[in-house]
Design a protein around this ligand. Sequence first.
Ligand code: TRP
Length: 330
Amino acid sequence: MAKRVFSGMRPTGRLHLGHLAGALFNWVRFQDEYDCYYCIVDWHAMMSDYSDTSSITSNCREVLLDWLGVGLDPDRSTIFLQSHVPQHAELHLALSMIAPLGWLERCPTYKDQILNIQNKDLSTYAFLGYPVLMAADILLYKGELVPVGEDQSAHLEISREMARRFNNFFGEVFPEPQTILTKTPKVPGTDGRKMSKSYGNSINIADSPEEIWEKLRTMMTDPARERRKDPGDPDKCPVWDIHKVFNNDMEERDRLSEGCRTAGIGCIDCKKALYSHLMGILEPVQARRRSFESSEDDMIEVLRKGARKAERVAAVTISEVIRAIGFIPR
Ligand code: TRP
């Protein structure tokens, strides 16, 4: 039996090149090898901003379209919304019964967010339990492998501890999920900082060719290369970092790098080359995305089918949980 992969993403809107290189390329590959569950975690989105839920629906839609566009395949993977499978809430409740407050209060991401995020109220009961819901997401499907970025390591550790604690009290129900740390290549945004929606510096998967060119054209380069005749240093250039991730033509890269160091080419030449590689990747993605976008019914069907499949697995786990705890079975 193929191992089971589970991963989730909060619906924050259109995804960018950082998501593509850091997660989605791998998620697509995992479909060849594993039994994959990919979940858009809309309850988690509410948790991080409960006072304004107005964009959750459209954000879920954008994430789903980006996923389908890059090649997550609803015939091979189970693609669904967290809120469509009610058992997430039920397992979250069961795990919350045995979740020690200390684990949650000590969680570094919790401490960090409570300190640093001022425009949202995060002092809620549920927000403290963010890692408990995340554990429920994974354990509900007995997920064995969880591909995530470094920032989620502490949460995954809590998921394993929750699995162990449940098994200790009630008998072996859950495997301990293993983190697959996807080595995240450096993808800077247009201002040279890490690409992130909140910095407003991202190049999105679904941006039009014109938008992408405009963002690249005005993107920061080696700050020391002020004029065309100044030689540049690719190692100090954020555009070059993006080349390294999305341009696999090594001969061309050698030529560009040499041209930059000798001022033989200008930044625009280098950006044009990058543009053509990016579009080579994004054009088919955007075409597939459009084919789903044009049919609301197809999108809804993907979500229904995903939720049905997910719920069949989830229901089995929940009945095991109920038996393990010792409630009267339904
Ligand atoms: N917390 C994750 C993030 O912010 C999203 C997430 C929720 C998740 N549940 C999950 C990731 C389960 C992996 C597995 O990126």
